[in-house]
Structure formats: structure tokens, C-alpha cells
Design a protein around this ligand. Structure first.
Ligand code: 5AD
Ligand code: SF4
Length: 467
């Protein structure tokens, strides 16, 4: 049976839902003439959601969002520096912008590149006025006031914070799935990773505040929420009232919430209680993203991942033993300094054992400030590329086989996409698989429907709606 999706009006009008976070209704000031902003976001879901909150801060100050940088007085780039390529993108964007700009705009760099490069950004791109890392977003109103007063070199570059970024209003872009951050930063110190430097130390939001936001999301019609954190399962309620698994249960029990997701989990903090919660609560989605990074214990040790291949496989066995099939996806880095042919072979054999439902794989990219940057890295770029291609081909075959095994089964999907071809729709299963199907019904966006799988590819399924 298809359920009506209450944010449907927004979907049809193209208006993005605006969320108030304080119990008292937050009044938005009328936009002031000239206060327009454009924001482009790079990187992970955490960045996407940070941008939604930053947009909320701007709207609260009387800014209006526009769709092109040309139309904006304030142009913001929320940046990613996880790999070198991502960081370079920002500077190429800033370069393009210089060429097209007459200097009448205020340009800001937010996020991980801002934190990493700091004031050097002003040297590389003197037309930039604001540089602000994510650990300083709570200071945005003050920083904006400085910009509005005409200051042309404004920075927010704290990292030693114990506060989280909560806003009065959030401008959510995705009308179907609401992101919400429950833990910021990271204390894990993996040898290759910039995140502990760019996002600061781990700090959790109170469970009371998380649950209040989930209730508000349900009130405005969201039925699916995704809890976010760089290491989401390291969540610790500051009041010690509940554990991460108990928070998952409490969120799933909020009236109106039908699907709860969470990402990204760290294997070290992944315990049986999470599997038990998924097993017993249908609203908790049957999907876990559990990055392994390498299948070689030697490399895992060099990466400072804090678990061995065997320990990881034990966690996986615990997930696979659940009564409810749980899909598992992962992240893998190939070509970490010192990775031998044998280490790489161990990663391939782990793929065979793990039978992942999806793998995000990357060539190792040396990052500033990280311990790995000073490790000898003799693996040539072409060899890293070769390993990546071998790994991806191996996984493609595994995924095709796993998806083909689903042919004939029926899944509930939340419809979140429509193809240009008439009557073609795309939805997500609870396990986060994309399932495409045809249906003549008028507008299915935001509805839950049952779809029977007819065909499978490595990355998606095709099916028929079951009425
Ligand atoms: N090089 C390549 N991949 C990286 N990741 C993190 N840092 C690096 C790096 N320096 C990958 C990890 C992580 C994902 C988000 O990005 O696999 O889980
Ligand atoms: Fe980076 Fe490791 Fe923290 Fe993930 S757990 S954000 S890979 S340091």
C-alpha cells in the first residue's frame, strides 16, 4: 500500500522544506535586498548536511538563496580535502570564478580545505574574503556580521572545540531523506586521513536534542532519517542516558518515522547490540556501511585502524548471522605506502569472503599533516591504478551475483527519483539498493511501494510494481 508523503507539496512545487529547530516557531526575516547567496558543496554527506545548516543560518539573517553564482552577492564553496583531487577542485573553481567575477561579490571557502589551508587561501586566491572550517560554524553569525561590516579577511579556524553545530533552522535539500548529525569530528587517527585535523575532536550531541529534531522532522513529513557522523557508532550521549544502539531504537520509535539509517560505522565500535537492534526493529534499515580499508593485517596496522583482518571478519560474521539479511558496504584504499602484492592479494581474498553489497574504492592519496605522508610510498601511480581496476572488476562480479540472487523477490521502496522517460521511477530498498521500475501512476515521488525484482545489474535492480 502506498503511503502519502506529506512533504509532497514541496516536491511538486520544487520548494525545499525548511525546518525549524527550536520549539518556538523561528520567524525568518524578510530577505534584504542584495543579501543573496549561492553555495556549492563538495564531498561527503556530512558536508552536504553542514551546507543545509549553513544555509539555515544565512536565511535566518535575511539572505535569500539563488541558483547561480552570478546572481549571488555571497558565493560559498563548502569543500572536501579527503583526497588531493577533491581539494584541487576547489582551487580550480575559485580560479574560474575569478575570471568571471567583477570583484563585486564576497567569496567564502568553508569546510575541510578551509580548515586545512587556513589563511594560505587568501594568498592563493586573494579575492576570497571568508575562510571557515566546520568546527567554527557555530560562529558563523559573528563572521557574517564582520563581512557585512566590510571586513575582507574573515577567518574561523578553531579545531579545539567541544561544541557541536546546531542551528535554529535548516534548509534541507533532500525532500525524502533527512540527514542529521549526531556526532562531529573524529578521534580515531587513521594514518592516511585528514578528518581528525579538519573536523576536530569527536563530540556527540545530546540524545534529547537528536530526538527532538527527529520529532520535528516527522512533523514536517519526513519518514526517513539518516544519522550522520564520521564514526557514527562511536556516539556517546553526553548525559550517558543511552547508548548508540538505544538511540537507534529510540529514533525508530518516533511516530511517523519509517526508516532509520546511520553512517559511517567504525569496526572497532561496532557491537552486537547494533545488530540486535536491526534484527528486532523493521524501521531500522538493513544496511551497514563498515569500512575495512584493507584486507591485510600488516597494512591495517600501518593505517592505525585498531583491528586485524580476523577481528573485522568476526564483526562481519556477527552481522551475517542476523535473522534479517543485512546488506554490508565498505570503503577500501589501494596502494597505501608499503602495500605489497601479497597485501593486495589479501584485500582481494577478503572481498571474496565478505561478499559486500557495495564497495567504494580509492587510490591512496597522500594528505598534509597525516602520519602516512612521511611514510615511503614507492608504489607507482600506474600500479595503484591497476590494483584499483582489478579490485573493482572483482567486486563488480560479486555484486552482480548478489543482486541476481534477489530476482523474484519483492521489496518495499521509497520512490525518490523519476526518469525523463515516462512512467519510469527509481526507489531505494531498505538495504539502500536502487530499484528502478515502471508504473503509470501520476506521481509516485515520496510514496512507499512494493516492487518485484525482474533483472539485476552490478549497481541497480529493475522490477515491476506489485499492486
Ligand atoms: N587517500 C585515499 N582514500 C582516503 N580515504 C580517506 N583518506 C584517504 C586518503 N588519504 C577514504 C577512506 C574513507 C573514505 C571516506 O575515503 O576509504 O573511508
Ligand atoms: Fe578518517 Fe579514520 Fe576518522 Fe574515518 S575513522 S574519519 S578514516 S580518521
Amino acid at each position: 500500500m502506498a503511503d502519502q508523503f506529506h512533504v509532497g507539496l514541496d516536491v511538486l512545487t520544487g520548494e525545499r522544506p525548511l525546518m525549524a529547530h527550536s520549539p518556538a516557531a523561528v520567524r525568518q526575516p524578510a530577505p534584504e535586498a542584495g543579501r543573496t547567496f549561492y553555495m556549492e558543496t563538495f564531498g561527503c554527506q556530512m558536508n552536504v548536511h553542514d551546507s543545509e545548516k549553513v544555509a539555515g543560518v544565512l536565511l535566518r539573517r535575511g539572505y535569500r538563496q539563488v541558483d547561480t553564482p552570478e546572481a549571488a552577492a555571497l558565493v560559498l564553496y563548502n569543500t572536501c580535502s579527503i583526497r588531493e583531487k577533491a581539494a584541487q577542485k576547489v582551487f580550480s573553481r575559485l580560479g574560474q570564478f575569478k575570471a568571471g567575477s567583477d570583484g563585486s561579490k564576497v567569496i567564502g571557502v568553508l569546510g575541510c580545505v578551509a580548515q586545512q589551508e587556513g589563511e594560505q587561501i587568501f594568498e592563493r586566491a586573494p579575492w576570497v574574503s571568508l575562510v571557515c572550517g566546520s568546527a567554527s560554524y557555530r560562529k558563523l553569525p559573528e563572521l557574517l556580521a564582520e563581512l557585512e561590516a566590510g571586513n575582507r579577511r574573515v577567518t574561523g579556524l578553531d579545531t579545539d572545540t567541544d561544541e557541536t553545530f546546531e542551528t535554529e533552522i535548516t534548509r534541507r535539500d533532500n525532500p525524502f531523506r533527512a540527514y542529521l548529525t549526531i556526532i562531529e569530528g573524529c578521534d580515531k587517527a587513521c594514518a592516511y586521513c585528514v578528518v581528525p585535523f579538519t573536523r576536530g575532536p569527536e563530540r556527540s550531541r545530546s540524545s534529547a536534542s537528536v530526538l527532538e529534531e527527529v520529532r520535528q522532522l516527522a512533523d514536517v513529513g519526513y519518514s526517513e532519517v539518516q544519522l550522520l557522523g564520521q564514526t557514527v557508532n562511536s556516539y556517546r550521549d553526553p548525559s550517558r542516558r543511552i547508548s548508540f544502539a538505544e538511540l537507534l531504537v529510540a529514533v525508530s520509535e518516533v511516530p511517523g518515522i519509517r526508516r532509520v539509517r546511520f553512517t559511517t560505522s567504525h569496526p572497532r565500535d561496532f557491537h552486537r547490540d547494533i545488530v540486535e537492534a536491526i534484527d528486532s526493529i523493521p524501521a531500522l534499515c538493513d544496511h551497514v556501511h563498515l569500512p575495512v580499508q584493507s584486507g591485510s593485517t600488516r597494512i591495517l596496522r600501518a593505517m592505525q585502524r585498531t583491528y586485524t583482518r580476523e577481528e573485522y571478519l568476526e564483526k562481519l560474521a556477527m552481522i551475517r548471522a542476523a535473522r534479517r539479511p543485512i546488506s554490508v558496504t565498505t570503503d577500501i584504499i589501494v596502494g597505501f605506502p608499503g602495500e605489497t602484492d601479497q597485501d593486495f592479494a589479501d584485500t582481494l581474498s577478503l572481498l571474496d569472503l565478505a561478499q559486500y553489497d557495495g564497495v567504494f574504492s580509492f587510490k591512496y592519496s597522500p594528505r598534509p599533516n597525516t602520519p602516512a605522508i612521511s611514510m615511503a610510498d614507492p608504489i607507482p601511480e600506474e600500479e595503484k591504478g591497476r590494483r584499483l581496476a582489478v579490485l573493482q572488476e572483482r567486486q563488480r562480479r560479486i555484486q552482480t551475483a548478489r543482486n541476481e540472487a534477489l530476482v523474484g523477490q519483492t521489496f518495499e521502496v521509497l520512490v525518490d527519483g523519476q526518469s525523463r522517460k515516462e512512467n519510469q521511477w527509481a526507489g531505494r530498498t531498505s538495504s539502500n539498493r536502487v530499484l528502478n521500475f515502471s508504473s503509470p501512476q501520476e506521481n509516485l515521488l515520496g510514496h512507499y511501494v512494493q516492487v518485484k525484482v525482474a533483472r539485476a545489474g552490478p549497481n541497480s535492480l529493475v522490477g515491476e510494481r506489485v499492486i
